[in-house]
Design a protein around this ligand. Structure first.
Ligand SMILES: [Zn+2]
Length: 264
């Protein structure tokens, strides 16, 4: 499912095409996928900026409002899609471009909001932002008794991390996913900080992880699934020590870890 690196990949791909373009027409085919979007109100507005915040893709419009997309499990954003796509929403811009939002499982959503950053005000800091420091991660962890995995997944603590990158980061840092967040030492928090930044940067560099649903803005698979260390590698050897990777439930989610490199 799309996490920070996948949504960042789509945003970077759409940016050069859509920024500065005027919306000429919006077609809604599946109203249940949209919230607050009124074509008459948005047609004629210009897309000033394409960006990501957490797992949301944002089109900032010329009047300060924004279109926000949350892909959840199976939502996809395609630029100039082929005829096989069954779109929920089409945004046509000048220059003959079409952005399609579709989702066979209908879990994703496209929102319009007058103030996108206000709408996303509940999100925690961006883990790749320059201003995000190991000290801040340590503070977030030390205030929470839940498992470190649960704390990483909660978007109010940190924006953009989901199951894949949480497991990968915890492995790289050598931290067991069940450890209470507040039990991590300063050294462990610092290691986790570096690991989070590393796995997210790798994910972006490899244009995202495609295990099933994820495709980029041109319908292509990512490549990061070829380099995963533990995620969905249950029973396969740990890349560091060879011990078989185990899977356990933490915070209601499957968690993959090496029992030797990540002791409780
Ligand atoms: Zn190991």
């Amino acid at each position: 499912m799309p996490e920070l690196p996948e949504v960042e990949t789509i945003a970077r791909e759409l940016k050069p095409f859509l920024e500065g373009k005027r919306i000429v027409k919006i077609e809604i085919f599946k109203p249940e996928l949209t919230v607050g979007i009124s074509p008459e109100m948005l047609e004629g507005k210009t897309i000033n900026r394409v960006r990501r915040r957490g797992k949301y893709l944002i089109l900032d419009l010329s009047d300060g409002s924004g279109l926000l997309f949350h892909l959840r499990l199976t939502g996809r954003l395609y630029l100039n899609p082929g005829p096989e796509i069954n779109p929920g929403l089409l945004i046509h811009t000048e220059g003959n471009l079409t952005l399609s939002f579709h989702d066979p499982r209908k879990l994703g959503r496209a929102y319009w909001h007058p103030a996108p950053d206000e709408f996303l005000g509940f999100l925690g800091p961006e883990p790749l932002a320059e201003g995000f420091t190991p000290q801040e991660l340590y503070r977030i962890l030390s205030e929470r008794k839940a498992s470190v995995k649960a704390v990483l997944l909660d978007q109010r603590n940190l924006a953009g991390i989901g199951n894949i990158y949480a497991d990968e980061a915890l492995f790289l840092a050598g931290i067991n996913p069940r450890r209470p967040a507040s039990s991590l030492s300063w050294e462990e928090a610092e290691r986790l900080y570096q690991a989070i930044r590393e796995v997210l940067a790798e994910g972006i560099e490899r244009r995202g992880t495609t295990l099933s649903a994820y495709r980029d803005a041109f319908g292509r698979r990512g490549e990061n699934q070829l380099s995963l260390r533990v995620f969905r590698r249950t029973g396969k050897p740990c890349p560091r020590c060879g011990t078989p990777i185990e899977r356990i439930k933490v915070a209601g989610r499957s968690s993959h870890y090496c029992p030797k490199c990540q002791p409780i």
